[in-house]
Design a protein around this ligand. Structure first.
Ligand code: IVH
Length: 672
């Protein structure tokens, strides 16, 4: 037995070393065939002695468990973003600010590439990978450990011995261009929708519930930050070098800069050189090296003040405008989209681009057949930034003119005063509007019905669902008559629809999709009105007396309920048993003793440890308080987490508004 254990240990060490050489150093030291032999021997020994299997064994990268979803994990340190700069002057501003704030002391700037993937936080306990968490909202992220374990360049076990017992290491997960292109090719062959760029593909991959799918995609990861850890060196650079020794992949594109000139040289060099890298980068990150100096410079609510991102100019490509489509959204807004001759742009093929609105088309004087310049910034959809007028010839087509009637239903379009968009006013029979509204109603923050756009499309096409209320008549036997819907899926959907009847009043109200009635306004309204009948009876004058409800919102609410079809829809939904009223104990007077924040106006700022910002908002509201986004003399107090913004702090001081810490607040509401 001891000899078997010994052999297993040997094999694991050998395989780990080969993996490291191959995936981290990109310097393979063994033939694939021989590697497979080692792996097979280990698998056989482990199969014969399952009691000897450990989670850090190289055979354990792909676990067999599929998850139902991801659980949320609180970040130890909030995952912040970086403030962006776009030119050398802004970089100089950063450099000089650091210089000033460090009172002329010596400082180094570490320049690194900015990888364009998904941020990930790894936790290693006693050198073993214990958790991998996505950024999420910066406070809480998804536990994607099973998926991350499949990434070969991420060690399941740190190398060496001198790592801290408990360490968090942050980096970026990426899908290399080659893998991205192969994946899209495969999807095209299967008739599946293509990923717009490697980042989306990486994000879609990491969200897969089946780790074996993730393993096949062959993602990669680079690491760039170690938060906390007072016992590690007082140097960001040295910490990264430590990580490198522990087996994590640290990019070689990293430099210690002693002057602004050296920073510029790095920016210049990598602007060109990064195009030969196997993964997407979109800029450079500049960080003050000393951790002590970082702490002195501190943080704003959103980002560290000791680091910035410099974003490279988005790459442009020139291509031909083939045609223009006009898409109709759920509100009836018409969005023009350009169809282009496919062109390669920053590693992806671009076929479509947003044209924003009618004014944009006119200003750019677009003609069909024109050569246009497309650019891809951070957003998924590339945009047209100019027309090459010198390339226009007699054979260029006619000017692009915005339609006057709805491309889906033929109704004449309208444009409201002061608005950029044209709308189709037929909200009842215009198909894309109907489908869009059903999608919105089903969304998570509304009725939270577990259904995708394809299924909605299917239901609509087969006339099973013409509007939201028809959802509540669907039955499982009826659903399975549709192509591609199985028994299990059908009963799940029916159950999810049934469950939605009990969603809170504000969520269902939000789901109706009344213009300007977003989540917050819906909550304000459901506080003022205990049920939908009193809301729809409210006059414009009455509505505008509610704090935070202005004439624009009030008018939109009136327009919605004055429409016969909308009113009818609400009647039907009430008839089907949807909860369009506030539970009795939520009413503002009946539980006065638990309404510790009754009449208080609260502003939330900063990042928190015990609850997410949204949870605090809900707590404030459920205890009778009112949320406000800006500090005014009416503000009763500010619930301030860490890194509250300096401008907010200043304003609070000016107005003498009380600042409550997270702990003070929890004590006030009886939570701590
Ligand atoms: S440092 C507190 N370094 O950019 C500072 N971030 O906009 C932590 N990113 O969320 C970030 N490459 O996902 C850092 N070399 C790099 C990076 C990098 C890419 C991403 C990261 C972060 C975002 C900030």
């Amino acid at each position: 037995m001891e000899r078997i254990e010994e052999r297993i240990r040997e094999l694991r060490n050998e395989i780990d070393a080969h993996n490291y050489n191959y995936y981290v150093l990109s310097q393979p030291t063994i033939e694939d065939r021989d590697f497979d032999f080692l792996m097979k021997e280990l698998q056989q020994l482990e199969a014969a002695h399952p009691e000897l299997i450990t989670p850090d064994s190289p055979t354990q990268r792909v676990g067999s468990d599929k998850t139902e979803g991801f659980s949320q994990i609180a970040h130890r340190y909030p995952m912040l973003s970086l403030s962006n700069t776009y030119n050398y002057d802004e970089v100089a501003d950063f450099y000089h600010r650091v210089e000033r704030e460090l009172s002329g002391r010596n400082f180094d700037i570490i320049a690194e590439l900015k990888f364009d993937g998904l941020s990930i936080s790894l936790i290693y306990k006693h050198g073993i990978l214990s958790h991998a968490v996505t950024r999420g909202d910066g406070q809480y992220g998804d536990d994607v450990t099973a998926n991350v374990r499949t990434i070969r360049s991420i060690p399941l076990k740190l190398r060496g011995h001198d790592y801290p017992d408990d360490i968090e290491i942050r980096g970026e997960i990426l899908l290399p261009f080659a893998r991205f292109n192969a994946l899209n090719k495969e999807r095209e062959q299967n008739g599946e929708p293509l990923f717009a760029n490697p980042r989306n593909a990486a994000s879609g991959t990491l969200k897969q519930l089946d780790p074996s799918v993730v393993a096949k995609r062959q993602m990669d990861a680079y690491f760039y930050y170690v938060p906390g850890q007072p016992t590690l060196p007082d140097s960001h650079y040295e910490r990264l070098m430590d990580c490198k020794h522990w087996g994590l992949k640290i990019s070689d594109a990293i430099a210690r800069c002693h002057s602004l000139q050296e920073v510029y040289a790095f920016l210049d060099y990598w602007d060109v050189a990064r195009k030969n890298l196997p993964v997407a980068t979109d800029g450079v990150v500049l960080k003050v090296d000393s951790i002590k100096e970082q702490e002195q410079l501190g943080y704003t609510a959103k980002s560290p003040r000791w680091a910035i991102a410099y974003k490279y100019q988005a790459e442009q490509a020139r291509t031909k405008l083939v045609s223009v489509d006009y898409q109709v959204g759920r509100t009836g807004a018409i969005t023009p989209v350009a169809n282009l001759e496919p062109v390669l742009l920053s590693g992806t093929v671009v076929k479509r681009a947003s044209l924003h609105n009618a004014d944009f088309i006119r200003d750019k004087d677009l003609h069909i057949g024109d050569y246009v310049l497309v650019e891809k910034g951070g957003e998924i959809i590339p945009k047209i930034v100019g027309t090459d007028l010198t390339a226009r010839t007699e054979s260029t087509g006619e000017a692009v003119t915005f339609p006057t009637i709805c491309p889906a239903c033929g109704t004449p379009l309208v444009r409201q005063h002061g608005e950029a968009a044209y709308y189709c006013p037929d909200s009842v029979s215009c198909a894309p509007q109907q489908k869009g509204r059903i999608e919105h109603f089903c969304s998570r923050k509304a009725a939270d019905i577990n259904i995708g756009p394809e299924t909605i499309d299917l239901l609509y096409k087969h006339h099973f669902v013409n509007n939201v209320s028809d959802l509540y008549d669907l039955t499982a036997p009826q659903l399975i008559t549709l192509p591609g819907i199985q028994k299990k899926g059908a009963s799940k959907l029916v159950a999810s629809i049934e469950k939605s009847k009990d969603r809170p009043f504000h969520a269902l109200l939000y789901g109706l999709g009344i213009r300007y009635v977003g989540e917050t306004v819906a909550k304000t309204l459901t506080k003022a009105y205990s049920d939908i009948d009193s809301l729809r009876a409210a006059t414009f004058e009455e509505l505008i007396t509610i704090p935070e409800i202005g004439p624009k919102i009030a008018e939109s609410i009136r327009i919605y309920f004055d429409n016969y079809d909308n009113n009818h829809l609400v009647d039907q939904l009430l008839f089907k048993g949807l909860n369009f009223s506030r539970p009795v104990q939520e009413a503002s007077t009946s539980n006065a003793d638990t309404q510790v924040l009754a009449g208080k106006t609260v502003v939330i700022s900063g990042v928190f440890r015990h609850h997410s910002r949204d949870e605090y908002k809900e707590l404030v509201e459920s205890l009778g308080g009112k949320m406000s986004s800006s500090i005014s003399p009416k503000t009763d107090f500010i619930l301030a987490g860490e890194n509250m913004g300096p401008s907010k702090l200043e304003k609070a001081k000016q107005l003498g508004v009380e600042i409550k810490s997270e702990d003070d607040f929890r004590a006030l509401i009886g939570e701590a």
